[in-house]
Design a protein around this ligand. Structure first.
Ligand code: CTP
Length: 387
């Protein structure tokens, strides 16, 4: 595979060198374009030494002015890493102000971007709108991830780990051509315009599953309640608030080959959502909330006229984990249940201890990081589809 790497201006640019080394070790051929911003953080000499190729910088250099179209045709994959806010903006608007942006407009190769910037810059509506535009055009995003930044600040904006970046563009794609629908996060059920019922779900597990399925080549639709997770690489995300919205978004996303219902859907909502903020009436005491049952998304889709071929539910249990999950599998009509023991700090935590309950038995998995649970589950799903 021939990778054309575009390095733009970010303090994370040194990690592009680590990526090149890993990519070449994995047998990839890499050529690099260094933008003026990128050159403030890594040198042309370092990039040339590590790619083993001359570095391309100047659109108007004699060689480049005839070479940019050839350069755009050369790669199997274009990787913009790190991608600065400015780079994303120029890509989104088709500006050709330098060699990198001109090649990006001229290439027909798939483009993957790994953004790296200050969290406020990443979260700015301008950047988010540019990212949405690029995603809609098929550009795949690897990161950014949350974590410590160069500034004493943390949040989404951090450059994805070079090994994860490499994984995002390589590896077998056993789920290519499959559509996976994943639910994630909590739902918010309004009581009045300012209050809602929710739960502690962070969306970590569901988002990790969406990413893991996408990494195996599936086209993934992630229907997520309100969470603070960044959108996973190459996944279409639909954001919803309530259980009823989540069901509608899931039904709109059908048909799908795979459903993984990882959301912690609120079982109940307020029966009569107040149109105005509920006020304290002197001497009236506390109001009584009447609740209504929410639709069961997993059970509904398990019995749907266009049911996904493989339906996987979750069961959060604090005792008799496997027994409860086995009963839940039959009750909900799904194929598999991922039963997790939530007696510890699973909700919002980084790790998960799960049992996979299928029609044929129970697999006990060790305590694992949620990303690893996701990778294993995606691999099991891929096995099912290759059988
Ligand atoms: N689920 C759903 N829609 C609901 C409720 C749950 O799709 N309204 C899904 C969840 O995404 C999960 C599974 O059903 O896949 C969990 O089932 P649930 O009956 O809510 O069980 P628990 O949360 O484990 O809790 P309990 O059995 O105590 O109700």
């Amino acid at each position: 595979m021939r990778i054309l790497l575009i390095v733009s201006g970010s303090v994370a640019a040194f990690k592009a060198l680590v990526f090149v080394r890993a990519a070449r070790a994995a047998g990839r051929e890499v050529r690099a374009i260094l933008t003026a911003g990128g050159a403030r953080f890594v040198t042309r000499e370092a990039l040339a030494a590590i790619t083993g190729q001359p570095v391309h910088e100047d659109l108007w250099a004699a060689e480049e002015s005839i070479g940019h179209i050839r350069l755009a045709r050369w790669p199997d994959q274009v990787v913009v890493a790190p991608a600065s806010a400015n780079m994303l903006a120029r890509m989104a608007h088709g500006l050709t102000t330098d060699l990198a942006s001109t090649v990006l407009l001229a290439t027909r190769a798939p483009v993957l971007v790994a953004p790296a910037m200050n969290p406020a810059m990443w979260e700015h509506p301008a950047t988010q709108a540019n990212a949405a535009l690029l995603r809609a055009r098929g550009v795949v995003f690897a990161g950014p991830v949350s974590g410590a930044m160069a500034e004493p600040e943390s949040g989404p904006g951090r450059f994805i780990e070079p090994a994860d970046l490499l994984a995002a563009i390589s590896g077998p794609k056993p789920l290519a051509g499959r559509h996976a629908l994943v639910t994630s996060g909590p739902t918010h059920e309004p009581i009045d315009p300012v209050r809602y019922i929710a739960n502690r779900s962070s969306g970590k597990q569901g988002h990790a599953i969406a990413a893991a399925l996408a990494a195996l080549g599936a086209r993934v639709t992630l229907v997520s309640g309100p969470v603070h997770q960044p959108d996973p690489v190459g996944v279409t995300v639909t954001r919803v608030e309530t259980a009823r919205d989540m069901l509608a978004a899931c039904e709109a996303a059908l048909p799908a080959d795979i459903l993984v219902a990882a959301a912690a859907v609120a079982d109940w909502r307020s029966a009569a959502e107040a149109g105005q903020k509920m006020k304290k009436e002197p001497g009236a005491g506390a109001p009584i909330l009447t609740m209504a049952l929410n639709p069961d998304i997993l059970a509904t889709l398990s019995r749907h006229a266009i049911r996904p071929r493989l339906v996987v539910g979750f069961a959060a249990e604090t005792e008799h984990v496997v027994e409860h999950a086995t009963a839940k599998r039959l009750r909900k009509g799904c194929d598999w249940i991922v039963a997790n023991d939530v007696s510890g700090d699973v909700m919002g935590g980084a790790e998960n201890t799960v049992h996979l309950v299928t029609a044929t038995g129970v697999e006990d998995w060790p305590r694992l990081p949620k990303e690893e649970v996701a990778r294993r589950l995606a691999a099991r799903i891929a096995e099912e589809f290759s059988a």
